[in-house]
Design a protein around this ligand. Sequence first.
Ligand SMILES: NC(=O)c1ccc[n+]([C@@H]2O[C@H](COP(=O)([O-])OP(=O)(O)OC[C@H]3O[C@@H](n4cnc5c(N)ncnc54)[C@H](O)[C@@H]3O)[C@@H](O)[C@H]2O)c1
Length: 346
Amino acid sequence: MANEHVLVVGAGQMGAGIAQVALTAGLRVTLVDVAKDAVDKGAGRIRSGLGKLREKGKLDEGAERAALGRLTTATSARDVRDVDVAIEAATENEELKKRIFQDLDAVVRPGGVLATNTSSIPITRIAAATKRPDAVIGMHFMNPVPVMQLVELIRGAATSDATFDRTRSLSQAMGKTVDYARSPAEDFASLTVEFETDDGTTVIGEATTSWSFVGAGLRLSAELLGPEYSMAWNSLDSPLKLFFSRAVQGQAGEDLVEKQNAEIGLMPVVAGEAAVYGYEAEDRHFVRAFLGREAPELTFHDGLDVVKLLMTAYMSAEQGRTLDFPPQGLAAFVPAVAKGTWKPGP
Ligand SMILES: NC(=O)c1ccc[n+]([C@@H]2O[C@H](COP(=O)([O-])OP(=O)(O)OC[C@H]3O[C@@H](n4cnc5c(N)ncnc54)[C@H](O)[C@@H]3O)[C@@H](O)[C@H]2O)c1
């Protein structure tokens, strides 16, 4: 990995940040933008970013000088040679990115990686502009790149394991790492409950639970953006509001949310989920109950019972057996996934 040559295309907010973390990781970087003033501005951002690190004592003067010594700039990707990994962070426009990827196809060494930082364009479509879709991958950094620890790696339909592994190593070398084995970003537990109704009928119910809302992945990607963004991102806000159209009005940027999976059919999307699942009626009932006009159908104790059931599900998963409800020791039980020690078996 050391001494690899990384080509960063686009010297804006994201490109300059990506170039900076690649430089501090000891890599050689060429930063490209369409015009000299744009690329100079990007290089200026990197200088000031490294300067701040030095002022904070996170980088000594020698390391700062060495990092800047590994930076080259250019105004066309086509002029750059011997590229091991290209990371594209140009303006969010599909046609533009496809043209850039044709150039990258020509300048990246055989066996190299062609990564894109796109927020919303399907990797498979960008990859189709090249003759080596197996080498194309999404490498979605968070803004501001030098501060945010998370990078999301997104496979296209043809992305090879070798490309994925190499990109993951590169992300780790750049200090961007989430060890999902130790701090799960998202777990998904499925629970089967057998119970008897008031009239004596045996019923089998199913539920799912997830620790993701406190997990590392969500926290790392949302902490700087605040709860409102996180809520919109993770909520049932519909219909399809989160799956932005390709025809973006105004400046492209963070208003494009990464939902390629939905667009290429890998994820079911229910329009108007809140109404379909009855949440609207539930919300109205809540308001009426709050105003004192109706007795609440569900109380605090119902909520507590649900939590107890879900905790029992975690306990059951850890012990690998069916448990009678409520199991012993439930009140003091803290799931391994909450402690960050959960190691699910194969
Ligand atoms: N800003 C964010 O919060 C954020 C977060 C994650 C991902 N992204 C994605 O990163 C990419 C870049 O976003 P940004 O916020 O840095 O935008 P930006 O506008 O700050 O920078 C984009 C740069 O690309 C340059 N550019 C345009 N065409 C080019 C070409 N042909 N060759 C080289 N450079 C070219 C522009 O001149 C500009 O300097 C987008 O795909 C965006 O969706 C942005």
